[in-house]
Write a protein that binds this ligand. Structure first.
Ligand code: SF4
Length: 292
Protein backbone atom coordinates (compact mmCIF):
# COMPACT_ATOMS: atom_id res chain seq x y z
CA UNK A 1 0.00 0.00 0.00
CA UNK A 2 1.12 3.57 -0.58
CA UNK A 3 0.34 4.42 3.04
CA UNK A 4 1.57 3.00 6.30
CA UNK A 5 0.11 5.44 8.80
CA UNK A 6 -3.28 7.04 9.31
CA UNK A 7 -1.77 10.44 8.49
CA UNK A 8 -0.42 9.14 5.18
CA UNK A 9 -3.79 7.53 4.44
CA UNK A 10 -5.60 10.80 5.03
CA UNK A 11 -3.07 12.86 3.03
CA UNK A 12 -3.13 10.45 0.11
CA UNK A 13 -6.93 10.58 -0.05
CA UNK A 14 -6.80 14.37 0.02
CA UNK A 15 -4.15 14.47 -2.73
CA UNK A 16 -6.22 12.17 -4.92
CA UNK A 17 -9.35 14.06 -3.96
CA UNK A 18 -11.25 10.91 -3.07
CA UNK A 19 -12.75 9.15 -0.07
CA UNK A 20 -10.80 6.66 2.03
CA UNK A 21 -13.00 3.90 0.61
CA UNK A 22 -12.23 4.73 -3.02
CA UNK A 23 -8.56 5.09 -2.24
CA UNK A 24 -8.43 1.68 -0.58
CA UNK A 25 -10.20 0.03 -3.51
CA UNK A 26 -7.60 1.51 -5.90
CA UNK A 27 -4.74 0.48 -3.63
CA UNK A 28 -6.01 -3.03 -3.06
CA UNK A 29 -6.60 -3.54 -6.75
CA UNK A 30 -3.12 -2.24 -7.61
CA UNK A 31 -1.43 -4.31 -4.93
CA UNK A 32 -3.25 -7.56 -5.75
CA UNK A 33 -3.15 -7.06 -9.51
CA UNK A 34 -6.87 -7.81 -9.60
CA UNK A 35 -9.25 -5.72 -11.64
CA UNK A 36 -11.05 -3.27 -9.34
CA UNK A 37 -14.49 -4.57 -10.34
CA UNK A 38 -13.57 -8.00 -9.01
CA UNK A 39 -12.17 -6.60 -5.78
CA UNK A 40 -15.33 -4.57 -5.32
CA UNK A 41 -17.55 -7.59 -6.06
CA UNK A 42 -15.78 -9.63 -3.40
CA UNK A 43 -16.36 -6.93 -0.80
CA UNK A 44 -19.97 -6.61 -1.95
CA UNK A 45 -20.41 -10.32 -1.18
CA UNK A 46 -18.94 -9.79 2.29
CA UNK A 47 -21.49 -7.06 2.92
CA UNK A 48 -24.34 -9.41 1.98
CA UNK A 49 -22.99 -11.98 4.46
CA UNK A 50 -23.02 -9.30 7.15
CA UNK A 51 -26.64 -8.47 6.36
CA UNK A 52 -27.57 -12.15 6.48
CA UNK A 53 -25.90 -12.47 9.87
CA UNK A 54 -27.90 -9.52 11.23
CA UNK A 55 -31.11 -11.11 10.01
CA UNK A 56 -30.19 -14.51 11.40
CA UNK A 57 -29.17 -13.07 14.75
CA UNK A 58 -32.55 -11.46 15.21
CA UNK A 59 -34.84 -14.05 13.71
CA UNK A 60 -33.17 -17.40 14.49
CA UNK A 61 -32.10 -19.31 17.55
CA UNK A 62 -28.58 -18.17 18.44
CA UNK A 63 -28.00 -20.35 21.48
CA UNK A 64 -24.29 -21.04 21.53
CA UNK A 65 -22.89 -24.55 21.62
CA UNK A 66 -21.93 -24.05 25.27
CA UNK A 67 -25.45 -22.85 26.05
CA UNK A 68 -24.03 -19.80 27.81
CA UNK A 69 -25.31 -17.16 25.43
CA UNK A 70 -27.88 -16.45 22.74
CA UNK A 71 -31.09 -14.50 22.32
CA UNK A 72 -29.88 -11.09 23.54
CA UNK A 73 -30.25 -9.48 20.12
CA UNK A 74 -33.81 -10.77 20.00
CA UNK A 75 -34.42 -9.36 23.48
CA UNK A 76 -33.14 -5.96 22.37
CA UNK A 77 -35.19 -6.18 19.20
CA UNK A 78 -38.36 -6.86 21.18
CA UNK A 79 -37.56 -4.14 23.70
CA UNK A 80 -37.07 -1.62 20.89
CA UNK A 81 -40.33 -2.65 19.27
CA UNK A 82 -42.19 -2.24 22.56
CA UNK A 83 -41.36 1.41 23.06
CA UNK A 84 -38.80 4.18 23.14
CA UNK A 85 -35.34 3.08 24.24
CA UNK A 86 -33.14 5.28 26.38
CA UNK A 87 -30.51 5.37 23.65
CA UNK A 88 -32.91 6.33 20.90
CA UNK A 89 -33.67 4.72 17.57
CA UNK A 90 -30.44 4.56 15.61
CA UNK A 91 -28.05 3.84 18.47
CA UNK A 92 -30.30 1.12 19.86
CA UNK A 93 -30.58 -0.44 16.42
CA UNK A 94 -26.81 -0.40 15.89
CA UNK A 95 -26.35 -2.08 19.26
CA UNK A 96 -29.02 -4.68 18.47
CA UNK A 97 -27.41 -5.54 15.15
CA UNK A 98 -23.95 -5.76 16.71
CA UNK A 99 -25.27 -8.20 19.31
CA UNK A 100 -27.00 -10.18 16.57
CA UNK A 101 -23.87 -10.73 14.49
CA UNK A 102 -21.78 -11.50 17.54
CA UNK A 103 -24.32 -14.11 18.68
CA UNK A 104 -24.31 -15.67 15.23
CA UNK A 105 -20.55 -16.03 15.61
CA UNK A 106 -20.92 -17.65 19.05
CA UNK A 107 -23.46 -20.09 17.63
CA UNK A 108 -21.04 -21.07 14.84
CA UNK A 109 -22.88 -19.17 12.13
CA UNK A 110 -21.32 -17.37 9.19
CA UNK A 111 -19.78 -13.96 9.83
CA UNK A 112 -17.04 -11.77 8.42
CA UNK A 113 -14.13 -11.20 10.79
CA UNK A 114 -13.83 -7.42 11.15
CA UNK A 115 -11.01 -7.46 12.07
CA UNK A 116 -11.49 -10.68 14.07
CA UNK A 117 -14.39 -13.01 14.84
CA UNK A 118 -14.54 -11.71 18.42
CA UNK A 119 -15.27 -8.19 17.21
CA UNK A 120 -17.36 -9.16 14.17
CA UNK A 121 -20.54 -7.36 15.28
CA UNK A 122 -19.39 -3.76 15.47
CA UNK A 123 -18.85 -2.82 11.82
CA UNK A 124 -22.03 -4.52 10.52
CA UNK A 125 -24.00 -3.13 13.46
CA UNK A 126 -22.94 0.42 12.75
CA UNK A 127 -23.02 0.29 8.94
CA UNK A 128 -26.25 -1.63 8.41
CA UNK A 129 -28.22 0.41 10.93
CA UNK A 130 -26.89 3.61 9.35
CA UNK A 131 -27.80 2.39 5.87
CA UNK A 132 -31.36 1.75 7.01
CA UNK A 133 -31.59 5.18 8.59
CA UNK A 134 -30.10 7.23 5.76
CA UNK A 135 -31.17 5.15 2.79
CA UNK A 136 -27.63 4.66 1.48
CA UNK A 137 -27.05 2.16 -1.34
CA UNK A 138 -25.19 -1.11 -0.92
CA UNK A 139 -22.46 0.31 -3.16
CA UNK A 140 -21.90 3.22 -0.76
CA UNK A 141 -21.72 0.77 2.12
CA UNK A 142 -19.15 -1.34 0.31
CA UNK A 143 -16.92 1.72 -0.07
CA UNK A 144 -17.35 2.11 3.69
CA UNK A 145 -16.03 -1.41 4.15
CA UNK A 146 -12.98 -0.49 2.07
CA UNK A 147 -12.46 2.55 4.31
CA UNK A 148 -12.65 0.36 7.40
CA UNK A 149 -10.19 -2.03 5.75
CA UNK A 150 -7.70 0.78 5.15
CA UNK A 151 -7.88 1.78 8.81
CA UNK A 152 -7.57 -1.84 9.95
CA UNK A 153 -4.57 -2.31 7.68
CA UNK A 154 -2.75 0.58 9.36
CA UNK A 155 -3.62 -0.57 12.89
CA UNK A 156 -2.58 -4.18 12.14
CA UNK A 157 0.76 -3.06 10.73
CA UNK A 158 1.59 -0.65 13.53
CA UNK A 159 0.00 -2.28 16.58
CA UNK A 160 -2.26 -5.28 17.25
CA UNK A 161 -5.67 -6.47 16.13
CA UNK A 162 -5.99 -9.62 18.22
CA UNK A 163 -6.86 -10.08 21.86
CA UNK A 164 -4.12 -12.68 22.32
CA UNK A 165 -1.53 -10.08 21.35
CA UNK A 166 -2.86 -6.84 22.73
CA UNK A 167 -6.01 -7.43 24.79
CA UNK A 168 -9.55 -6.52 23.85
CA UNK A 169 -8.47 -2.94 23.06
CA UNK A 170 -6.80 -4.46 19.99
CA UNK A 171 -9.83 -6.43 18.89
CA UNK A 172 -12.98 -4.59 19.91
CA UNK A 173 -11.06 -1.28 20.05
CA UNK A 174 -9.78 -1.64 16.49
CA UNK A 175 -13.25 -2.57 15.22
CA UNK A 176 -14.70 0.56 16.85
CA UNK A 177 -12.04 2.73 15.23
CA UNK A 178 -12.59 1.09 11.85
CA UNK A 179 -16.37 1.52 12.09
CA UNK A 180 -16.15 5.14 13.23
CA UNK A 181 -13.75 6.14 10.46
CA UNK A 182 -15.78 4.33 7.82
CA UNK A 183 -18.98 5.99 8.94
CA UNK A 184 -17.45 9.46 8.70
CA UNK A 185 -16.17 8.56 5.23
CA UNK A 186 -19.58 7.40 3.98
CA UNK A 187 -21.32 10.36 5.58
CA UNK A 188 -19.19 12.74 3.51
CA UNK A 189 -16.71 13.85 6.17
CA UNK A 190 -13.19 14.72 5.10
CA UNK A 191 -10.40 12.11 5.26
CA UNK A 192 -8.90 14.09 8.15
CA UNK A 193 -12.19 13.89 10.05
CA UNK A 194 -12.38 10.15 9.45
CA UNK A 195 -8.90 9.75 10.90
CA UNK A 196 -9.79 11.88 13.92
CA UNK A 197 -12.76 9.55 14.51
CA UNK A 198 -10.35 6.62 14.67
CA UNK A 199 -8.21 8.30 17.31
CA UNK A 200 -11.21 9.42 19.34
CA UNK A 201 -12.62 5.89 19.30
CA UNK A 202 -9.37 4.13 20.15
CA UNK A 203 -8.73 6.41 23.11
CA UNK A 204 -11.92 5.19 24.69
CA UNK A 205 -10.85 1.54 24.68
CA UNK A 206 -7.16 1.79 25.60
CA UNK A 207 -6.37 -0.71 28.32
CA UNK A 208 -9.37 -2.95 27.69
CA UNK A 209 -8.34 -6.47 28.69
CA UNK A 210 -9.19 -9.75 26.98
CA UNK A 211 -10.78 -12.06 29.55
CA UNK A 212 -13.25 -14.46 27.93
CA UNK A 213 -14.98 -16.76 30.41
CA UNK A 214 -13.91 -20.39 29.83
CA UNK A 215 -11.90 -19.13 26.85
CA UNK A 216 -15.07 -18.89 24.76
CA UNK A 217 -15.77 -15.84 22.61
CA UNK A 218 -19.05 -15.21 24.37
CA UNK A 219 -18.78 -13.54 27.79
CA UNK A 220 -18.01 -10.61 27.77
CA UNK A 221 -17.35 -10.49 24.01
CA UNK A 222 -20.94 -10.29 22.80
CA UNK A 223 -21.99 -7.34 24.94
CA UNK A 224 -18.71 -5.58 24.21
CA UNK A 225 -19.71 -5.65 20.55
CA UNK A 226 -22.99 -4.01 21.48
CA UNK A 227 -21.26 -1.28 23.47
CA UNK A 228 -18.67 -0.92 20.74
CA UNK A 229 -21.31 0.02 18.17
CA UNK A 230 -22.46 2.90 20.37
CA UNK A 231 -18.92 4.18 20.87
CA UNK A 232 -18.30 4.11 17.12
CA UNK A 233 -21.39 6.22 16.46
CA UNK A 234 -20.34 8.67 19.16
CA UNK A 235 -16.79 8.99 17.78
CA UNK A 236 -18.09 9.51 14.24
CA UNK A 237 -20.51 12.20 15.38
CA UNK A 238 -17.81 14.00 17.35
CA UNK A 239 -15.44 13.95 14.37
CA UNK A 240 -18.14 15.17 11.98
CA UNK A 241 -18.87 18.01 14.41
CA UNK A 242 -15.23 19.06 14.21
CA UNK A 243 -13.95 17.49 17.43
CA UNK A 244 -10.31 16.52 16.94
CA UNK A 245 -8.19 13.84 18.47
CA UNK A 246 -5.63 16.17 20.03
CA UNK A 247 -3.23 13.26 20.43
CA UNK A 248 -2.79 12.34 16.74
CA UNK A 249 -4.47 9.07 15.86
CA UNK A 250 -1.18 7.43 14.86
CA UNK A 251 0.17 8.19 18.32
CA UNK A 252 -2.93 6.62 19.88
CA UNK A 253 -2.24 3.48 17.82
CA UNK A 254 1.30 3.48 19.26
CA UNK A 255 -0.12 3.74 22.77
CA UNK A 256 -2.29 0.70 22.05
CA UNK A 257 0.88 -1.17 21.11
CA UNK A 258 2.63 -0.03 24.27
CA UNK A 259 -0.29 -0.87 26.56
CA UNK A 260 -0.87 -4.25 24.90
CA UNK A 261 2.80 -5.13 25.21
CA UNK A 262 2.71 -4.30 28.92
CA UNK A 263 -0.45 -6.33 29.53
CA UNK A 264 0.13 -9.52 31.50
CA UNK A 265 -0.48 -12.77 29.65
CA UNK A 266 -3.36 -13.55 32.03
CA UNK A 267 -5.30 -10.68 30.41
CA UNK A 268 -4.60 -11.61 26.80
CA UNK A 269 -7.11 -14.29 25.83
CA UNK A 270 -5.75 -16.96 28.16
CA UNK A 271 -8.80 -16.82 30.46
CA UNK A 272 -6.27 -16.52 33.28
CA UNK A 273 -7.62 -13.30 34.76
CA UNK A 274 -10.28 -10.63 34.65
CA UNK A 275 -13.90 -11.77 34.31
CA UNK A 276 -12.77 -15.31 33.46
CA UNK A 277 -11.31 -15.71 36.96
CA UNK A 278 -14.18 -14.29 38.99
CA UNK A 279 -15.96 -16.84 41.23
CA UNK A 280 -18.76 -17.03 38.67
CA UNK A 281 -16.37 -17.24 35.74
CA UNK A 282 -14.56 -20.13 37.40
CA UNK A 283 -17.84 -21.88 38.28
CA UNK A 284 -19.05 -21.64 34.68
CA UNK A 285 -15.73 -23.03 33.47
CA UNK A 286 -15.92 -25.95 35.92
CA UNK A 287 -19.49 -26.78 34.93
CA UNK A 288 -18.64 -26.72 31.25
CA UNK A 289 -15.75 -29.11 31.82
CA UNK A 290 -17.91 -31.45 33.93
CA UNK A 291 -20.57 -31.58 31.23
CA UNK A 292 -18.08 -32.05 28.42
S1 SF4 B 1 -12.62 -10.33 25.35
FE1 SF4 B 1 -10.99 -11.22 24.09
S2 SF4 B 1 -11.98 -12.84 22.90
FE2 SF4 B 1 -13.59 -11.47 23.68
S3 SF4 B 1 -13.91 -9.94 22.04
FE3 SF4 B 1 -12.43 -9.08 23.48
S4 SF4 B 1 -10.46 -9.66 22.57
FE4 SF4 B 1 -11.98 -10.99 21.62
Amino acid sequence: MNFQTLKQLSELAETRNCSLGRLMLEEQSRESGEESGRVFAQMYDYYQIMKDAVHQGIHSDTTSRSGLTGGDARRMHGYRAAGETLLGGHAALAMTYALAVSEVNASMGRIIATPTAGSCGIIPGVLISSQERFGWSDEEMVYGLFASGAIGYVIANNSFISGAEGGCQAEVGSAIGMAAGALVDIRGGTPAQAIHAVGLALKNTLGLICDPVAGLVEIPCIVRNGFGAITALAAADMALAGVRSVIPSDEVVQVMLEVGSAMPESLRETAGGGLAQTPTGRRITRELHQNA
